[in-house]
Design a protein around this ligand. Structure first.
Ligand code: MG
Length: 218
């Protein structure tokens, strides 16, 4: 069973599901030529896709164009459904950084056909997660910056103030669509700068000095 590990403790929570948000930063929507949505775009990844800091992202044989997408990840700490703003805020237990690895060639083909994005998003090793910092230890202000480096060079770096739908709003919205449970993860979308990774690349991601991860592509 895949778990979310709490930073500076021995605690870990079994991950129940991974809910992902697409198109949540305007400049990223523009770089892929997509329309700005009036509501968050939502999809799901299986927990089998999870790997941890220090592990390897495996390039699937059926894609030539795997992209990095660095994202703030929320760890949910209680069961909620149709939650109001306060309940949604209280349900966020901890924050981490994650990579929503995406097969851009496969996704483009699926989009053209009007098919779900599943095959481009759900492969093994497509969800890399850091340890999670408890909200009780650090309250996110949204002035923090999220970053991703490939082979030591910054490729993505933006503050959370650029998110169209902020974390509490996302939790509130998702809870109107499905029950959220303790151990669920929410990937909150990626800022601009997504791009292809190659075998042998070393990736480093983080949020200020709060949480970080590194991994390589094989
Ligand atoms: Mg994403």
């Amino acid at each position: 069973m895949k778990t979310a590990k709490i930073k500076n403790t021995n605690k870990e929570l079994p991950v129940q599901k991974i809910v992902c948000v697409g198109r949540n930063y305007v400049e990223h929507i523009q770089e892929l030529g997509n329309e700005i949505p009036s509501k968050p775009v939502i999809f799901i990844k299986p927990t089998s896709a999870i790997i941890y800091a220090g592990e390897k992202i495996i390039y699937p044989t059926f894609s030539q164009d795997m992209h990095h997408e660095v994202e703030l990840v929320l760890l949910i700490g209680k069961t909620i459904k149709n939650a109001d703003r306060q309940t949604s805020e209280d349900a966020i237990l901890a924050y981490g950084v994650g990579l929503d690895m995406t097969l851009r060639d496969i996704q483009a083909d699926l989009k053209r056909k009007g098919h779900p994005w599943t095959i481009s998003k759900c492969f093994d090793t497509s969800a890399v997660i850091s340890d999670f910092i408890l909200k009780s230890d650090y309250q996110l202000t949204l002035n923090e910056e999220i970053y991703l480096k490939v082979n030591g060079e910054y490729r993505q770096k933006d503050p959370f103030t650029k998110m169209m739908f902020k974390p509490v709003k996302l939790v509130e919205y998702i809870s109107s669509l499905m029950t959220l449970e303790e151990g669920d993860l929410i990937f909150t979308g990626t800022p601009k700068g997504v791009g292809k990774v190659n075998k042998g690349d070393k990736l480093e991601a983080g949020i200020d000095n709060l949480v970080s991860l590194n991994c390589s592509v094989e």
